[in-house]
Structures are given as structure tokens and as C-alpha cells.
Design a protein around this ligand. Structure first.
Ligand code: BGC
Length: 753
């Protein structure tokens, strides 16, 4: 940072502190002693509706010729229109790029200054997509995306990164994050697959709950806490077409069996807000779904937090879904269905419409009060009434610190999943001549994926001082390495030069996958890896040199035409800024890989079965198709050491409703290297009234063992763990035999209710 800039910042901080102290007095005198109902009693209808309105920051930013001016500055007239005229109570988003902490403090405190001037004196609630760290604040720690986080099978680490993200968001004066996604990722075509914790219900539920605990902490008003927001309620992740924001067809039983539990778990953890699914479920858009929002979410699950619409999705009830005549009709339907805040986001039409709807009696004021109560409660619990512009103490030293980056590195190194290692190709020796080839080899954008400083995250120009690409990290350990692009994600370039480097090497590290994209821009028609990358891979294999395939991707792109001919395969997902260093450390054996697939990696584009498929989906193979034959299975992940299991024991061979079983297994590290292993316990319901899946994950644990060390790992299993959703929509455990497996070890237990 230049001297001039830091001097400016110091001056700014003094001015800002003066402003902040003025603000603290304003909000606290007026409101902090009041209870929520007293505040509501004094609000006008317009003020209440304003609380239910969320506006894109861009709307109140200065622009020249329609383009945002950077560094961002508030357009005072626009801000006054938003807050003084329309009484807007919430803002989101970032004005299309990341900003420094100082910029965020300046902009958000300017917004709060205006809010403090209103009659109502209610602080504004700022929310942001902190998807893998406080990604819209420059210099923040960028963690691996959720899919990679799930590959660690380590919920404590997930909780830890949520804590850091909370801290770094609060340091940017942002108390609310739109994370985690707890949609279960069972449709790999879906462009938000990378944002999920993978295909398993239990793994998603455990990781989602850990993230919620990490974000919200013990005290929501603390420097280290933000309100979490689980999304997208519900069924969003399994669109029939595979395209984002498109229809989902699913019976209620399946919805409750697979998609509901992670939301339930997050609600049990006290999650304070939730975003609604942008799409439609069985023909009813979720934003208009009274059964889903009022019935299931509020009445049955007992959710008391804030329900937020997704981006522009109330308006889309009219413009896209065609279940509403116009925007006013859409607002009527959505608010009556139970939405508390409309992420409008780009104009104030919603405010005018909702005020009018209440005046006409089409939405009751009691319904409005219900939402406002929840919103104000959240603002109060976040400590905003006391001090909406609180500055996190000593944030300079902890924000984006080495200690935080070390956690990102640990997460990336625990996520990286070794899927193949023939003839012990890995670890590489630093003496080898290494050709590092491919579009993902020298790119921070590939490593970080979307939601990295910008929404799509595809801008290589963004400076990340301490981050290394895969090639840079390899080069820093082995001077004999050379890099060549080989191809872009969709076009072949300089292949002859890449071949020359490859032919002159001892080993090729081929880094391909998928360039970043999120949501609609990430829609694809074919899961197959791009033609250019496939050609590059074939050319590299044809050199006869050992090929280490490094897949940098957020969904499984099909690689079956060449993966079997690669000598080693590493899936690194989108591991974030520390991912280059972590990948190099795995390649050279400094880190022993311990990631395990949180999804099934398909072999064929039309063969998208999950591990917990039905038996009937396997028997197909008698008729010529491959049945269930993925490229790599859910839960798979190799190590540079070997683990052996023995003494698999159950405390009894029978189980009753109120009792539990103790399950034990001995794990031996029989190799010569220290390593971490994930012990996965599966159960199969042998006969059930709803066709049972071939197996289901029941419990897991991750342990670290020295070479030669043995540990006994134990789990407790209850009859609830063996239950499923019946045809009558009740969770039941039916009498009969269950087979438990850990790898190839097996035990049977008879359950009697
Ligand atoms: C996405 C959400 C996100 C929201 C706000 C929507 O398009 O579906 O996941 O939180 O935008 O940016």
C-alpha cells in the first residue's frame, strides 16, 4: 500500500471514529431501552414496510455514465431516497467488486448515519454473500468452497472457518452472511453444486450445523458473531433440467427424507435467517408456497427467524413464473405466504405496492407486524441498536492474518482427495523435471472459484498478495519445473509448445477442470470436460510420461475418456487462496492427503446415481448397461499410507426403540507414514416398506494415526439413526434386520420396536 494511501486511511479513521461516537449516542438514546413491541407501536405503515425491504448497494452508489465510480461512494440523494423516503431497512451486495475494510466502514457508517436521522431511528441491517470467507472484503481470508470443506469430513474445521468468516465480516461492519447452503447436492449439473456439502444428508446436516454454530457463536452481538442464513428452502439443488432456478419435481416424502433434515438441523442450532428457493417445487414457486413457508417452516419446524426472498424472486412470480398478474399481486402472494424481507433489489416499487396492499386490506397489518418483529429482534440481538457502527477492536492485526490463512491452508490440505496413485507415482521428488500444464495450473481464479472478490470470480487481475497458483507453489519447491498453458478452458493454444515441455520432463502435472462460474452463468448442457482440455489430456498421455491429473473444479466434469490412463489423480475442488500451496505440498508428500469424496463422481453423463441409490438401479447391468459404475465412489479417498480395519463389534445383535448400540472398530495405520483416515459407518435396511437404498451413511469420524499406531473408534447408533420417511410421512424404523458395514467388514443387527 502506498504511503499516501495509508496516511489517508489514518486520517479517515480519526474522522470515522468521531462520526461513530455520534451515532452510538443517537441509536442508543432513542431505542436501545425500548422493547420491540414498543418500537413497532410507534412505526408508520411505510416505516414497517421499509423494514421488510432490502436494496442492492448499487442503487445508492455514485455513478458516471451509468457505471459505478470506484472507490465506491454513496450518492447522498439516492441514499436519502432509500432511507428517508422509502424507509429501507436492509441492504446487500457489494457494488460489483470487493472493497477494503476501510471502504466498507466508510460506506456502511454513512448509511447508518442517515438511518439514525430518521424518526424511527432503526439501524440498517447489512447482509452479504460471504460464501467462502468474507469474500467481498479485499485482503480477507479466502477458504475452500463448501464442497471442498465437506471433503475434509471435519466439522470442527468447518466451524472454525465460519468463526473466522464471522470475525472478518464484522470487521467490515457486516453482521449478516448469506451462508451456509444446506441444499443437498445430488444433481452435479447444477451450477451451485460447488456451494453444497455434497450428496449425503448426514454429512450436509453435520457440516451445516457446524457452520451455523461457528457464524453465530454464543452471543450474536459479539465481534466474533454474525447472523447466519441457510438457503435455499427447499429442494433447490435438484432441478429436473440441471439448470439453475428451474423446476423441481419431487414428492413430499422424498423432500422430507433427503432435503429437509439439514434445514431442520440448522433450525435446531438456532439459525437466525433463511433464504427461499428461487425455483418452483411441483409447479408452485417456493416464494408463493404457503404450505412450505407458513406450514412446514413455521408451524412444523418452529422456525422463528427471518425469511428472506432470493434476488428479485418476488417480482419473478409475475415476470417469470406467471402465478401473479403483476408485481403488486406478486408482493401480496409472497408476503401472505410468509416472506419477511424482499430482496427486491433494484427499485422501490415493492415498498409502494406493499403499503397499498395493506391499505386495501389484501395483506393484514398483523402479518406485517409479525415480520417487522422478527427483523427488529434480529437487529437488536446483533447489537445494532446499541452500536450499529461498532469497530471491531484490533481488527488490523487479526483480519486476513497469517493465523487465519493457516486455517485456510489446513482446510485445503485436508480437502484434497487422492483418487488414484498407480505405482506410487506420488509423492513426486523435487529432483524430477516437472511439466506443469493446463489452464488451471497458473490461475488463482480457478483455485478460488466464484464469489471471489467478484460474483463470478473470473478476474485474474485481482491481486492476492500471499497466494500462489499451483505452478508457483510447485516452482517454489522445485526449480526444475516449467509451466505451459496448453489450452484455455474452451480452446486449444500452443499445444506444440506444451508438448515440447512435456516431452522434456520426467512427469507431467496436468491441471484442468472448470473455470469459475456461479448461478445462471454456470448453466451447462453437458458435464463432459471441455473438448480442448480432453485433447490436451490425450496429448499429454500420448507422450508416455507419467501423468498426474489435478482436477480443479466445483462439480464433477466427466473425464472417463482419459482418467484411467493417468497415473495419479488428485481432486482439489476449488480450494481457495491456500490451495496452490496445499496442492504442491500433497504432490511432494509434505502433506499426506486425507480428503474423501463428498459425492459420487460419475463415469458417464447420463449416469448420475448417488451412492444411496436403489438396488433396482444396479441390476440394469444384466441388460448391457453398466448399472452402478461411477468413476469414483462417494467416500473414496486414498492416502500415502494404508489403513486396515479389524475387530468390528456391536454391543448387541439386537436393538430396541429406546436403546442404543455401541459400535467399535480398530483402525491400524499399517503403512510407514503418519496419516488421517475417515472411518465411515454405513447401514442397509434389508427389507422395508419403502424400497431401501443400498446403503446409507450412519456415522463417521476422522482420526490421525502415526505409522504402526492402532486406535479403537466407536460410534453410538440409535433406532432413530436407522429410520426413514414412511409413505404416511412419518419417520419410522421398521422391525427387521440391518446390515452395518465399515469397508469390507460386516455385522447384522435385528431391530424390534
Ligand atoms: C443466490 C443466493 C444469494 C443471493 C444474494 C441469489 O441469486 O441464489 O444464494 O445469496 O443471490 O446475492
Amino acid at each position: 500500500m502506498s504511503v499516501i494511501k495509508s496516511k489517508y486511511l489514518r486520517q479517515y479513521k480519526v474522522i470515522a471514529l468521531f462520526l461513530f461516537s455520534f451515532l452510538i449516542a443517537k441509536f442508543s438514546d432513542a431505542q436501545s431501552a425500548n422493547n420491540i413491541d414498543d418500537i413497532i407501536a410507534k412505526l408508520t405503515l411505510e416505516e414497517k414496510v421499509g423494514q421488510m425491504t432490502q436494496i442492492n448497494l448499487e442503487v445508492v452508489l455514485k455513478k458516471e455514465n451509468g457505471a459505478i465510480v470506484y472507490p465506491i461512494e454513496i450518492d447522498t440523494t439516492k441514499l436519502q431516497e432509500a432511507i428517508l423516503r422509502y424507509k429501507v431497512g436492509s441492504f446487500l451486495n457489494n457494488g460489483r467488486m470487493a472493497h477494503s475494510r476501510e471502504e466498507w466502514l466508510r460506506v456502511i457508517s454513512a448509511i447508518q448515519v442517515v438511518a439514525a436521522k430518521t424518526d424511527a431511528q432503526i439501524p440498517v441491517l447489512y447482509g452479504i454473500d460471504a460464501i467462502h470467507g468474507a469474500n467481498y472484503t479485499s485482503g480477507s481470508t479466502l477458504f475452500p468452497h463448501q464442497l471442498a470443506q465437506a471433503a475434509t469430513w471435519n466439522p470442527s474445521l468447518v466451524k472454525r472457518i465460519a468463526e473466522i468468516t464471522a470475525y472478518e465480516s464484522r470487521s467490515s461492519m457486516i453482521p449478516w452472511v448469506f451462508s451456509p447452503i444446506v441444499d443437498v447436492g445430488r444433481q452435479p449439473l447444477w451450477s451451485q453444486f460447488f456451494e453444497t456439502y455434497g450428496e449425503d444428508v448426514l454429512l450436509t446436516s453435520i457440516m451445516g450445523a457446524a457452520a451455523v454454530r461457528g457464524y453465530q457463536g454464543e452471543d450474536l452481538s459479539a465481534d466474533t458473531s454474525v447472523a447466519a442464513c441457510v438457503k435455499h428452502f427447499m429442494g433447490y439443488s435438484n432441478p429436473f433440467s440441471g439448470k439453475d432456478r428451474t423446476p423441481v419435481y419431487m414428492d413430499e416424502r422424498q423432500l422430507r427424507e433427503t432435503y429437509l433434515p439439514p434445514f431442520q438441523k440448522a433450525i435446531d442450532q438456532g439459525v437466525r435467517s433463511l433464504i427461499v428457493n428461487s425455483g418452483e417445487l411441483n409447479g408452485i414457486p417456493c416464494h408463493a408456497n404457503d404450505f412450505l413457508l407458513n406450514g412446514l417452516l413455521r408451524d412444523e419446524l418452529g422456525f422463528e427467524g427471518v425469511v428472506l426472498s432470493d434476488w428479485g424472486d418476488i417480482e419473478r412470480l409475475a415476470t417469470v413464473h406467471r402465478v401473479a398478474e403483476n408485481r403488486k399481486d406478486a408482493a401480496r402472494i409472497a408476503i401472505n405466504a410468509g416472506i419477511d424481507i424482499s430482496m427486491v433489489p433494484n427499485d422501490f416499487v415493492f415498498c409502494e405496492n406493499l403499503v397499498d396492499l395493506v391499505k386495501r386490506g389484501e395483506v393484514s397489518e398483523a402479518r406485517i407486524d409479525e415480520s417487522v418483529r422478527r427483523i427488529l429482534q434480529l437487529k437488536q440481538d446483533l447489537g445494532l441498536f446499541e452500536d450499529a457502527t461498532a469497530i471491531v477492536e484490533n481488527a488490523e492485526s487479526r483480519f486476513g492474518s497469517n493465523a487465519h490463512r493457516q486455517v485456510a491452508y489446513q482446510m485445503a490440505s485436508e480437502a484434497i482427495t487422492l483418487l488414484k496413485n498407480e505405482g506410487q507415482t506420488l509423492p513426486l521428488s523435487k529432483e524430477q523435471k516437472i511439466a506443469v500444464i493446463g489452464p488451471a495450473a497458473n490461475s488463482l481464479a480457478y483455485l478460488n472459484g466464484p464469489w471471489s472478490r467478484t460474483w463470478q470470480g473470473n478476474d485474474e487481475m485481482i491481486e492476492e498478495e500471499s497466494a500462489q497458483t499451483i505452478f508457483k507453489a510447485i516452482q517454489s519447491q522445485s526449480k526444475q519445473s516449467q509451466y505451459l498453458l496448453g489450452c484455455n478452458s474452451d480452446s486449444l493454444v500452443n499445444i506444440s509448445r506444451a508438448l515440447k515441455v512435456a516431452n522434456n520432463s520426467d512427469v507431467i502435472v496436468l491441471c484442468i477442470g472448470e473455470k469459475p462460474s456461479a448461478e445462471k452463468p454456470g448453466d451447462i448442457d453437458d458435464l463432459t470436460i471441455s473438448e480442448a482440455e480432453e485433447k490436451l489430456a490425450q496429448a499429454m498421455i500420448a507422450t508416455g510420461k507419467p501423468v498426474v491429473l489435478v482436477l480443479v473444479e466445483g462439480r464433477p466434469r466427466i473425464v472417463s475418456s482419459f482418467a484411467d490412463r493417468c497415473d495419479a489423480v488428485l481432486l482439489v475442488y476449488q480450494p481457495g487462496n491456500a490451495g496452490g500451496a496445499a496442492t504442491a505440498d500433497v504432490l511432494f508428500g509434505k502433506v499426506n492427503p486425507s480428503g474423501h469424496l463428498p459425492f459420487t463422481y460419475p463415469r458417464n453423463v447420463n449416469d448420475l446415481l448417488t451412492y444411496d441409490h436403489k438396488k433396482s438401479e444396479e441390476v440394469d447391468k444384466h441388460y448391457g448397461s453398466s448399472g452402478y459404475n461411477p468413476q469414483w465412489s462417494f467416500g473414496e479417498g486414498l492416502s500415502f499410507t494404508q489403513f486396515e480395519y479389524s475387530d468390528f463389534k456391536m454391543s448387541s445383535d439386537s436393538l430396541r426403540t429406546s436403546s442404543t448400540l455401541n459400535v467399535e472398530v480398530k483402525v491400524l495405520n499399517s503403512g510407514v507414514k503418519k496419516g488421517k483416515d475417515v472411518i465411515q459407518l454405513y447401514a442397509t435396511d434389508e427389507v422395508a416398506s419403502i424400497t431401501p437404498p443400498v446403503k446409507r451413511l450412519i456415522a463417521f469420524d476422522k482420526v490421525e494415526l502415526e505409522a504402526g499406531q492402532t486406535k479403537t473408534v466407536s460410534f453410538r447408533v440409535s433406532s432413530e439413526d436407522l429410520s426413514f420417511m414412511s409413505a404416511q410421512l412419518k419417520r419410522v424404523t421398521e422391525e427387521g434386520w440391518f446390515t452395518f458395514t465399515i469397508e469390507n467388514l460386516e455385522q447384522r443387527v435385528y431391530f424390534t420396536p
